[in-house]
Ligand binder design. Structure first.
Ligand code: ZN
Length: 270
C-alpha cells in the first residue's frame, strides 16, 4: 500500500492501528483496523484493509463477544485435527460451502456452533473446577448485575463476604454447566463453613468491582434463562443461603475444598 499525503498539506500520513466502534446486530463491538493518520492534524484517510477484511474483523469480534467460535478458531481447530473442509462438512452433514463461509466471516447459528464444537472437540479441558471456561471477572460482574437488576438490590458489596451473591453465582454457574455444558463465569467455588463461596473471593471482590462489564461476553438467551430460573426460585437472599446449605454436594465436601462442576447433576434444588 503506498503512502498517502495529508490533503491539508501536512505531508505523508503514517499507517496506524486504530480502534473502531460499531454496533452490529445490537451489540457494541470494538475492532481494530489499519488506517492512514496525519500526525499533524489527526485526519484519518481510508482504511488500509479491504471491505471484506473489515467485515471479517467485525464478524469475528462479534462471534467472540457472544461466545461463538471465530472463523480463525474454526480454521485452526480443523487444521489441528487434520481435517479438510470437505471432511468436516461431511462429518457435520452440511455443505462444504458452509464451512468455507464460517471460516471467512459468515456467522454460524448457535446450534451449528455447538455441532462444530463437538466435531472439533473444542470443550475438552482437563479441570472441572471452572465449568469449561476461563475465569472472567467482567462476566462475574455482568451476572451479578443481572441478579441485582432482577432484585433491584445491591449484592456486590465490598467487605460483606459476598454471602448471598456467591450462592446466586454458584447456582447459576452450576445450572448453566448442567444445562448448557458450560458455566457462566469460569469461577471456581470452594466449600466454606458458610456455604459455597467464590474461591479466593477476598482477592477477587475488588477486581470484580473494578472490572468493566463491556469487556464481558454478552449473555445468550439460554444463559439469561438460567439466571432467571435461579432468581425466580430464590427471590429472597435468605432462601438461596439456606438452600445452598441443604445441598449434599456442599455438605459432603471437605471444608475449603473446591466443588467440581461435575457435581451439578446432584443439585437437589433444581
Ligand atoms: Zn494533516
Amino acid at each position: 500500500m503506498e503512502a498517502l499525503n495529508c490533503p491539508k498539506g501536512h505531508g505523508p500520513m503514517a499507517q496506524k492501528k486504530i480502534k473502531k466502534q460499531k454496533t452490529f446486530k445490537g451489540i457494541d463491538i470494538e475492532y481494530s483496523a489499519d488506517a492512514f493518520i496525519c500526525s499533524e492534524c489527526d485526519l484519518e484517510a481510508g482504511t488500509v484493509q479491504s471491505a471484506g477484511d473489515i467485515q471479517r474483523a467485525i464478524a469475528d469480534t462479534y462471534r467472540k463477544k457472544i461466545g461463538l467460535l471465530t472463523g480463525q478458531e474454526i480454521r485452526s481447530l480443523r487444521e489441528a485435527k487434520e481435517l479438510t473442509q470437505q471432511q468436516l462438512a461431511d462429518a457435520m452433514n452440511v455443505g462444504v460451502a458452509s464451512i468455507k463461509r464460517w471460516e471467512t466471516g459468515m456467522i454460524q447459528t448457535r446450534s451449528m456452533d455447538h455441532a462444530l464444537r463437538i466435531q472439533l472437540q473444542y470443550t475438552i479441558r482437563a479441570d472441572s473446577y471452572t465449568g469449561n471456561r476461563e475465569i472472567s471477572l467482567p462476566r462475574i460482574k455482568l451476572v451479578s448485575e443481572t441478579f441485582e437488576r432482577t432484585f433491584r438490590k445491591r449484592l456486590l458489596k465490598s467487605g460483606n463476604k459476598l454471602l448471598f451473591l456467591a450462592k446466586y453465582l454458584w447456582y447459576a454457574d452450576m445450572l448453566a454447566f448442567r444445562q448448557l455444558g458450560r458455566g457462566l463465569t469460569g469461577a471456581s467455588y470452594a466449600a466454606m463453613t458458610y456455604g459455597p463461596q467464590l474461591n479466593n473471593y477476598r482477592d477477587l471482590v475488588k477486581s470484580i468491582q473494578e472490572s468493566d462489564v463491556k469487556d464481558a461476553e454478552v449473555l445468550s438467551q439460554e444463559e439469561l434463562r438460567v439466571i432467571h430460573q435461579v432468581a425466580d426460585k430464590f427471590s429472597d437472599e435468605r432462601q438461596v443461603y439456606d438452600a445452598a446449605h441443604r445441598e449434599k454436594i456442599w455438605l459432603e465436601s471437605k471444608m475449603g475444598a473446591l466443588i467440581p462442576y461435575s457435581c451439578a447433576n446432584e443439585l437437589s434444588e433444581f
